[in-house]
Write a protein that binds this ligand. Sequence first.
Ligand code: NAI
Length: 299
Amino acid sequence: MLLSKANMAATKINNLTVIGAGLMGSGISQVSANANINVTIVDSNQKALEKSQKGIESSLKRVAKKKFANDEAAQSNLVKSVLDRIRVSTNVGDSVENADLVIEAIVENIEIKQKLFAEVEDATKKSTIIATNTSSLRLQDIGKNLKDKTRFGGLHFFNPVPMMKLLEVVKHPETSDATFKTLMAYGKAVGKTTVACKDTPGFIVNRLLVPYSFEAFGLFERGDASMEDIDIAMKLGTGYPMGPFELADYVGLDTMKFIMDGWKQQYPNDPSFKESKLLNKLVKEGKFGRKSGEGFFKY
Ligand code: NAI
């Protein structure tokens, strides 16, 4: 059996602290506050916090407009009630003191994450669950210095968080059953469909998606098919909403390279982790995809 199903109740999350007010942290905060959870967003950068608040507000306005099409009072009520449950801070220690759950969504850098987790563990109650939203790093590395790993696990959300239904809940070898149950229950409470996975590189989605994308880059680099035709083929042939080149431009070519380089370095003998000369060249030229105006395609 993959995961033990000990008969233990999940703890309800009332107070959440999200560390990292970027793309992911903002989305996680929004869906959590929308599920009646009190949220504190922490970021070392005050500007990021301001940007996050503005982003959450405009995203909520869109959600409210859709939900209450002809009722402006209901729309502003919804926006206000969710925003009222979110506060922001630049101080990690103060912000995690009363948290039932802390979710880390900072930069994908192992040393910075390890340092933050040590700080978080020292400042939290013994019962606080600590989770990471990492896409590509091993929980075993991120949590290496935690004294109590039973209350540590992974919550891998997808971008854009308010739209994407999936949440991968990741079990570190030492994550307790009670922690795991609480993480699954939290995921359901914020409206996600949860799937369980062990601490394996890329979990489920990225472990399949990233090597598949590199296969597509190789197909093009060998001259077997054009990028446009590969994208069309995968959309019409499999029902995927985006082809691999379109998707890589959306995710960011620098991110794709960063993930694959990390895995290749850590698992040099795994044949599904390979290189793309074309991707390396584009990243070197600053062509990161949609965010830089050009990647495989021009925007
Ligand atoms: P981002 O770059 O948009 O935001 C990161 C934020 O963390 C920034 O506002 C930065 O100021 C802050 N930060 C950095 N170091 C900090 C520290 N020590 N303490 C407090 N704040 C700090 O990043 P994004 O895209 O939101 O990603 C965050 C995490 O989520 C990463 O681990 C990433 O791998 C993961 N992730 C990203 C996805 C994506 O599609 N972008 C999807 C799923 C997971």
